[in-house]
Design a protein around this ligand. Structure first.
Ligand code: ADP
Ligand code: MG
Length: 466
């Protein structure tokens, strides 16, 4: 005679949990093989096992947000149910919902003693995996980021905002993602029931293409439209990908028209995004475009100080703090990385943190930050290389023999210096930033076809970097 499911689950919680966890392991492995790593990592890996109700045979699967739960429900509910039936017949139905998605180990799977475990669905939907550290309180404000910061705060808290979308742009490691997450946390705090969606543009693209293949773009859009706050990070990833780009900006329009808030981040200004249509550009300019500049010395000092507050066991003398702020100027991420490295090495080697120690531990980072290439140097090198007068770099002459080297120099300036496109344009005889964009694209294209040009650029890059 078969043991009724209820008894087996009731008699040993551990055994039931192990059984379910083992089945889940094998189901996951199959799903990963069948769906591909991307879909699996994006949607299926975050699924956590919830409780199992032996009476009804219902197993709860939990995702970190309603949006993800809906998506998995639509795309995988049937498949998951079938897989469970095949692996473990006691599981007769699955319930997909929102819950903590911490991956549970076999031993941690709970089989509730009583069947009424099903928790009420949370009303407010907290977004996909917001980083707890990325809050406004932890964001240090300075000249470089004050506009973006206050716009972000306004967007998160105000009842009505005069601008929508908010477009935050700036180079890597300057705090864009931090601000987006902070907006999410704050919006949630003020409106606990609001639906928040945060996703990278890369994820947007993957999801959109998957929906397209499955003929479910409508549903996909509906889910996005249902958000009170939608945030898309690193939108430069979408630019240039025609179908996704169009879809993205359509969705953006709909969300804005519906009075929902929209935040976008990008590593460059809207006008520098690849192939963005003029009507989209103008739509973006109805909103607020705020940039984050490179942190100046004062801001870098404040960031170090703030960061050290959270590391009370790490004693860093003032001269070291100043040294770091002065020498690590590339971006905040690198500054943080340097501090973490110092803290880790000091603890490991049980050494006092002084200038010698820091010089040793950070040798590589310091070297990388030292190499400051100027536009002037680039212009000198390039005109030498092509044997033209340096004055041609800023002249208006358009003859091929000077125009091409000039383009190469603009291209290298973009690649090797942190200067913005308008700045580069100015340094090349007051040219417009669109001329610089054109030069960069032109050289990128030519490099791919012309081995000689490619070799020139490699050589020049090496010379400039050494
Ligand atoms: P981005 O998205 O612009 O590349 P991030 O938001 O990922 O940059 O920031 C990189 C790291 O630097 C993060 O750990 C972030 O918390 C930190 N950071 C950046 N700017 C600031 C700031 N103004 N105050 C405190 N931390 C910052
Ligand atoms: Mg980022």
């Amino acid at each position: 005679m078969q043991t009724p499911a209820r008894e087996s689950a009731g008699s040993s919680v551990e055994d039931g949990g192990d059984l379910i966890a083992a089945a889940w392991e094998s189901i996951r492995a199959n799903l990963r093989r069948d769906c591909g790593a991307r879909t699996f990592d994006g949607w299926l890996r975050p699924i956590a096992l919830g409780g199992f109700d032996a009476d009804s045979g219902a197993l709860r699967l939990q995702l970190p947000s309603q949006f993800m739960a809906d998506w998995v429900q639509t795309h995988f509910a049937e498949r998951l149910a079938l897989a469970w039936k095949a692996q473990l017949p006691q599981v007769r139905q699955i319930r997909i919902g929102v819950g903590p998605a911490a991956p549970r180990t076999a031993a941690a799977v709970e089989i509730p003693a009583s069947p009424e475990e099903t928790r009420p669905e949370p009303k407010g939907i907290y977004s996909v995996a917001l980083e707890p550290r990325y809050r406004f309180e932890n964001f240090v404000v300075g000249k470089a980021n004050e506009v973006a910061f206050s716009a972000a705060q306004t967007l998160a808290t105000a009842d009505k905002v005069a601008f929508n979308p908010l477009f935050i742009h700036g180079g890597t490691g300057r705090g864009k993602t931090h601000l987006l997450h902070a907006i999410g946390h704050e919006f949630h705090r003020v409106r606990p029931r609001a639906k928040i969606i945060y996703m990278s543009a890369e994820k947007f693209t993957v999801e959109f293409l998957a929906a397209l293949r499955a003929n479910e773009t409508f549903k996909f859009k509906q889910q996005l439209r249902s958000a009170d706050l939608l945030m898309i990070d690193d939108v430069q990833f979408i630019a240039g990908k025609e179908s996704t780009q169009e879809e993205f900006f359509h969705t953006m329009n709909e969300i804005i028209s519906a009075g929902r808030r929209f935040v976008i981040s990008s590593d460059r200004a809207p006008q520098d995004l690849d192939g963005l249509e003029p009507r989209i550009l103008s739509r973006l300019s109805w909103g607020l475009v705020a940039d984050i500049n490179a942190a100046d010395l004062e801001l870098r000092l404040n960031i170090i100080t703030k960061k050290l507050e959270s590391l009370p066991e790490v004693k860093v003398p003032g001269d070291v703090v100043m040294f770091l702020a002065k020498r690590i100027s590339s971006n905040v991420r690198e500054l943080e990385g340097a501090l973490n490295r110092i803290a880790a090495y000091a603890a490991m080697q049980n050494r006092a943190i002084d200038l010698d120690f820091v010089g040793e531990v950070l040798a590589n980072i310091l070297r990388a930050n030292q190499r400051r290439i100027s536009i002037d140097e680039i212009q000198t090198r390039v005109s030498d290389h092509y044997r033209i007068r340096k004055a041609e770099m800023t002249s208006a002459r358009r003859a091929r023999e000077v125009a091409r080297p000039r383009q190469v120099a603009m291209y290298l300036s973009k690649q090797l210096t942190p200067r913005s496109l308008p700045e580069i344009g100015r340094r090349f005889g007051g040219r417009d930033h669109t001329t610089v964009i054109h030069a960069v694209k032109q050289i990128e294209k030519l490099r791919a076809q012309d081995a000689e040009l490619d070799a020139d650029i490699r050589l020049l890059t090496r010379q400039l970097e050494s």
